[in-house]
Design a protein around this ligand. Structure first.
Ligand SMILES: Cc1cc2nc3c(=O)[nH]c(=O)nc-3n(C[C@H](O)[C@H](O)[C@H](O)COP(=O)(O)O)c2cc1C
Ligand code: SF4
Ligand code: SF4
Length: 278
């Protein structure tokens, strides 16, 4: 294969983009980042390499960081990255650039695609209607077509981020753009009681199946978030629980809205699609 599309996806948005890109790029293959980490497969062994993943706290997901720090890219010449996001500015490309620079390579093209957000702890979180989701899908397909052309031509781009900023004040933005990614990579995955399950849990096991880091184990028909396994913050567990039993702990976040809020997963991604990444 001449193009390898490494992907990570908690609720199917990035998986959708990865699949649509693969359809348009002959001689390309999809490779799940979680499986590569689990198997210790770090050699890229192809001409062009792409990374497709969600924005987590304005930066790359924990698993993507872990993979890009370990990958061995000497056989590859062209690199690109696609972030899917709910809408805020993204500051994670520099981590991939840094990992590539360490091996004498560069990131040739960067892309950001705005899709539905999968974060039910946001106050403003609301479920999108079918027509809103349809409109997003049309835009995504248009963007994917343009991205595929850039990749097929091995072109470089001048990425300008059109994501939403926190404030008009540059200092406030810089503060949050440092604080939030730092929390995502260093603090949140280790929080002891980040999630809990309410009584309405029916013991179906979906949360264990979709848990990309392997943190969740079903014990006596209830999920246990194992303390010795780090969380990837993919939010698959909370979004795929069929009874909405899973919540984010209110005592850790200033205020949690997860009990009131809806859940999200991409219309074409079910439990087995997420599980296949492991
Ligand atoms: C822990 C977490 C943090 C997130 N942080 C951001 C963010 O900072 N900015 C943003 O625009 N979207 C953010 N999102 C939304 C996702 O990036 C977005 O919904 C993405 O398309 C989900 O892709 P997936 O379905 O492939 O996981 C966050 C989602 C999660 C779970
Ligand atoms: S997915 Fe929800 S209902 Fe199923 S075992 Fe996990 S917490 Fe319980
Ligand atoms: S515990 Fe939930 S958020 Fe953390 S890795 Fe597992 S599924 Fe993802």
């Amino acid at each position: 294969m001449s193009i390898r599309l490494y992907y990570f996806s908690g609720t199917g948005n990035s998986l959708f983009v990865a699949k649509e890109l693969q359809r348009r790029l002959p001689d390309s293959e999809l490779v799940p980042i979680v499986k590569s980490l689990n198997n210790g497969s770090y050699k890229t062994e192809c001409d062009a390499v792409g990374f497709i993943f969600p924005s987590h706290g304005m930066t790359i997901p924990i698993a993507v960081k872990a993979f890009t720090e370990k990958m061995i890219v000497k056989d590859s010449t062209y690199f690109f990255a696609v972030v899917t996001r709910g809408g805020t500015v993204f500051r994670g490309f520099q981590l991939i650039e840094g990992a590539l620079a360490g091996q004498g390579k560069k990131l040739h093209a960067r892309f950001a695609i705005t899709m539905a957000t999968n974060d039910p702890k946001l106050k403003s979180y609301k479920q999108l209607s079918d027509s809103e989701l349809g409109a997003i899908e049309k835009d995504v397909i248009r963007e994917v077509e343009s991205i595929a052309k850039t990749i097929a031509g091995r072109e470089t781009n001048d990425f300008t981020d059109d994501g939403i900023l926190f404030s008009r004040n540059k200092t406030v933005n810089r503060f949050f753009e440092f604080l939030i990614p730092t929390m995502v990579h260093n603090f949140s995955p280790k929080i002891k009681k980040y999630f809990y399950a309410k009584e309405c849990c029916i013991g179906c096991g979906s949360c264990e199946r979709v848990c990309l880091s392997g943190k969740i184990k079903i014990v006596d028909k209830k999920p246990v978030w194992q303390q010795n396994v780090d969380c990837y913050l993919c939010y698959s567990c909370i979004n795929y629980c069929p009874t909405r039993a899973i919540q984010i702990h209110t005592k850790i976040w200033m205020k949690s809205y997860t009990e009131k809020n809806e859940r999200y997963s991409h219309p074409y991604a079910g439990v087995s699609d997420i599980e296949k990444q492991k």
